[in-house]
Design a protein around this ligand. Structure first.
Ligand SMILES: [Fe+2]
Length: 376
């Protein structure tokens, strides 16, 4: 499986977009005309053009858990020759946005397994509606964000175009695979290869996660008590029984407390075998969903909440605690495997969500990133 992400950023009237990984699509939609065009409109971009002007500092970074601890890299690395794989899109043939989407999809199908992350630069995409047209031209199978754990409103109603994250720009978001905690999983953006992470992790840590898996725990308050993802919003109902049934259908174990808050747990493997390459890949959110991520955020400063009261928390699959030194090790390894690149207006990035983790560096100013996820 792979996923496409389309991200946009906006400054005043201009928009820059970023698309999230999609699974690979089938090829039946490709016309002869498209075939004749594909191959001639994509030109490789040198890595120097993708590199940030300055390397973002990681060590001692505000609101980034683990950044003051052992083994954390000092700076975010620059792109390599092949990761991400950058191409400029030549649009002189006046193709429609939908046709360009189909061309991009063909290029992705031919190159994503090897490249894992493809950045398209120069697309004539200015609005969310343009982005929708582009994704419709790609003809993947859209994934919705039901069951997701971040504030992610739809950018266009009745579509699968989402605003990537409503989290404040000051927050750096840890590297993760999109929705790795769900049974169906589909931003300046650090990217890291999961296969690299496996190679750098301590074999004992790998073995333990392989044997035990990861238990994800979520706390969904009643909407009368909090507006941060109450269970009524998560399951689109005010009916407690209906919400419980929908949660159980997704494989969750459900508990309630006397305040009407909902608690979910779900256990999943920490690794997957890539369906195309067969590589063992680190595919989980054991770290990003651990309560220590929330504890590093300003709204929880000084909080004495028990771990299970944070929006998300993780354990080993048998319910035992993940040791602090293991959390630190995985965070340090993940960030040391990450590269960063500089967005430009019109950029689209397609990620193989199974093998590429993404995150977000903190930012200031106005910016918007849009996401579309597919699964084929
Ligand atoms: Fe994400």
């Amino acid at each position: 499986m792979s996923t496409f992400i389309f991200t946009s950023a906006r400054r005043q009237s201009s928009r820059l977009r970023h698309v999230s990984p999609i699974k690979l699509a089938t090829s039946y939609f490709l016309s002869t005309k498209i075939r004749s065009v594909t191959g001639s409109i994509f030109e490789r971009i040198p890595k120097e053009e993708l590199a940030p002007k300055t390397r973002p500092r990681l060590r001692d970074r505000e609101f980034l858990p683990g950044s003051t601890g052992e083994g954390f890299p000092e700076f975010l690395a620059e792109p390599s020759d092949s990761f991400p794989h950058g191409v400029r899109v030549n649009t002189r043939d006046q193709s429609s946005i939908s046709e360009l989407g189909a061309n991009c999809m063909k290029y992705i199908k031919e190159n994503l397994t090897d490249s894992q992350a493809i950045l398209f630069r120069g697309l004539p995409v200015e609005t969310a509606e343009d982005f929708l047209a582009l994704t419709e031209g790609m003809r993947g199978k859209p994934l919705n964000y039901e069951g997701g754990t971040s504030p992610r409103p739809k950018e266009i109603e009745n579509s699968d175009i989402y605003f990537a994250s409503a989290e404040p720009g000051a927050y750096t978001i840890e590297l993760h695979n999109e929705m790795a905690y769900l049974e169906t999983f589909p931003r300046k953006t650090p990217l890291g290869k999961c296969s690299d992470i496996v190679l750098k992790l301590d074999p004992e840590v790998v073995k333990k996660f392989e044997e035990k898996g990861v238990m994800y725990a979520r706390h969904l308050p009643d909407k009368s008590r909090s507006d941060y993802i109450p269970w009524q919003h998560q399951f689109y109902t005010d009916d407690r029984k209906a919400a419980e049934i929908r949660a159980q259908q997704r494989g969750y174990t459900v508990k309630w407390d006397d305040n009407g808050d909902m608690y979910l747990t779900y256990t999943a493997p920490a690794f997957l075998s890539h369906p195309v390459t067969g590589e063992k890949i680190w595919f989980n959110q054991a770290i990003q969903h651990h309560c220590t991520y929330s504890k590093a955020l300003p709204q929880y400063k000084g909080s004495d909440l028990p771990d299970e009261k944070y929006p998300c928390h993780t354990y080993y699959g048998d319910g035992s605690d993940i040791e602090p030194e293991v959390l630190q090790h995985v965070r340090a390894v993940s960030w040391s495997c990450a590269v960063g690149f500089r967005w430009k207006k019109g950029d689209l990035i397609a990620l193989d969500n199974l093998n590429v983790q993404h995150g977000r560096m903190a930012f200031t100013g106005e910016r918007k990133i849009l996401v579309h996820m597919t699964a084929d």
